[in-house]
Design a protein around this ligand. Structure first.
Ligand SMILES: [Zn+2]
Length: 286
């Protein structure tokens, strides 16, 4: 069990609002900072700070204030977990920082009409990209399509830490409204890849938990969901015209169950959307 130091700070924004941030020390020079429903990784070095997913300008200012309590160094590098706009905003709060995102981010950023997307992406990568930061190895592993196209695992191999966004939740069935851009086969691939890295700490962008238990439970959940839905699809494809699969998805969404997960939040209301999403991922490809 890694040592955890948690403190909750009241950070005053320029507006006068007071927001609480939770700062967890994961390893020497490595922190998880949670605020406004998003958790960022912060890695300290002699030269500057690397962060993930500032999310939006307001949260980025809180993040900046929390980092100033840890070090006088500026944020010099921002790694984005994927292209979705609720993760990538606020980079302008750190004007000297290099913004890094998977190469497929740029296509979506070019379509942004909200102003949330970074004005500039300084570095892109394709499959994997490793670099040293503050004496520790950082590897960016592209796993998409999963949640969007750019889904990236941030792996600190020497620390046994993985960071990911929007690929799983902690005993919580993610509302279907957030699932429309998911390829569930890609999500399963990403979860298994993370599990194979054998992390001791799994930082999840929408959770304050850093336990690997949630990751492991979700590998099992998504595998069970895949077995459940693929069995129905295979049976239908061998006995009926292939078009029958699409016709059956609404009924399967209501009838298929995995009641061993009924204690997870939202199971009753949101599980049908996960059946639908898995069926479409298997049969339609997205
Ligand atoms: Zn997302």
């Amino acid at each position: 069990m890694h040592s955890i130091i948690i403190w909750v700070l009241a950070a005053t924004l320029m507006t006068g609002d007071v927001e609480a941030a939770e700062v967890v020390k994961l390893k020497q020079g490595a922190y998880a900072i949670s605020e406004a429903g998003v958790t960022s990784l912060a890695l300290l070095s002699e030269d500057g700070v690397l962060i993930t997913d500032p999310a939006n300008p307001e949260r980025a200012k809180v993040l900046q204030a929390e980092i100033a309590r840890l070090t006088s160094r500026p944020v010099t590098r921002i790694v984005l977990s994927h292209e979705h706009l609720d993760h990538v905003g606020g980079t302008e709060v750190f004007p000297g920082a290099e913004v890094i995102c998977h190469i497929s981010c740029k296509a979506l950023f070019d379509l942004d009409v909200t102003g949330a997307a970074p004005k500039k992406v300084h570095a892109v990568f394709d499959d994997r990209h490793s670099f040293q930061f503050g004496g520790r190895k950082v590897t960016l592993i592209h796993v998409g399509p999963a949640d969007g196209f750019a889904s990236t695992i941030i792996h600190l191999p020497e620390d046994g830490i993985v960071y990911s966004a929007d690929l799983y939740a902690d005993r919580y069935i993610i509302p279907g409204v957030w699932m429309d851009n998911d390829n569930y086969l890609g999500v399963l691939k990403a979860l298994k890849l993370m599990q194979d890295l054998k992390p001791q700490i799994a930082v999840n962008a929408h959770s304050t938990s850093t336990s690997v238990q949630a990751l492991q439970e979700n590998v099992t959940f998504v595998e069970d969901l895949f077995q459940l839905v693929s069995a129905q699809i295979n049976r239908t494809m061998t006995t009926k015209a292939p078009g029958a699969v699409m016709d059956n998805i609404p009924r399967w969404s209501q009838e298929l169950k995995l009641d061993q997960y009924k204690d997870w939040s939202n199971y009753a209301t949101e599980f049908p959307a996960h059946v639908r999403r898995m069926a479409l991922s298997i049969y339609h490809g997205g």
